[in-house]
Design a protein around this ligand. Structure first.
Ligand code: HEC
Length: 146
């Protein structure tokens, strides 16, 4: 099931990329190759979530976009909003509330200057802009309220 959602997320991104190339007049081979995969996974999703799978997936992926863009999902999932991700780091569903207690600073401060080992490296290598950080905090706040 985890795998299915992952494949769906990838197919979803690919379908965007395919659309982009189609509109910009790029080669259509990519689009043709993408379609069967996309259909397959939409069907799988349908049995899981009932109808409206397109709408719900769009919402989830636009919410998680900031996490996706900044590579957070390679190590973190956010189960409460249905976002699959890596298991190297903890699930971030409750991070908005937990970080203060665990790390002695707010999530906002933590994401600027993490005190934990791995995150120091992650942020040190790739500091988040104010906009990205605000987006991420918004998503994680919402996740914590689910
Ligand atoms: C290389 C894997 C990796 C990446 C990429 C990564 N993290 Fe982490 N993250 C971790 C690990 C591991 C921890 C556990 C604490 C530690 O060792 O730093 C963690 C901890 C956290 C915590 C504290 C959660 C808690 O309960 O203690 C937050 C918040 C967090 N990460 C947010 C992010 C965000 C936002 C991004 C994207 C900008 C991100 N992480 C990218 C591995 C990663």
């Amino acid at each position: 099931m985890k795998m299915n959602s992952l494949i769906f997320a990838i197919a979803f991104i690919l379908s965007f990329a395919g659309g982009y190339f189609l509109f910009s007049g790029g080669d259509s081979a990519g689009t043709v190759a993408d379609s069967p995969e996309q259909q397959e996974t939409s069907d799988a999703e349908k049995t899981e979530d009932g109808n409206k799978e397109e709408t719900s997936q769009e919402t989830v992926s636009s919410e998680a976009e900031a996490l996706e863009r900044n590579n957070c999902l390679s190590c973190h999932a956010v189960e409460s909003i249905g976002v699959e991700g890596g298991t190297t780091g903890p699930d971030l569903s409750k991070a908005f509330q937990d970080v203060e207690g665990k790390h002695g600073k707010s999530l906002d401060e933590f994401l600027q200057e993490p005190t934990s080992a791995v995150m120091s490296t992650v942020i040190g290598d790739n500091p988040l802009s104010d906009e990205e950080r605000t987006e991420i905090i918004k998503v994680l706040q919402k996740a914590a309220e689910q």
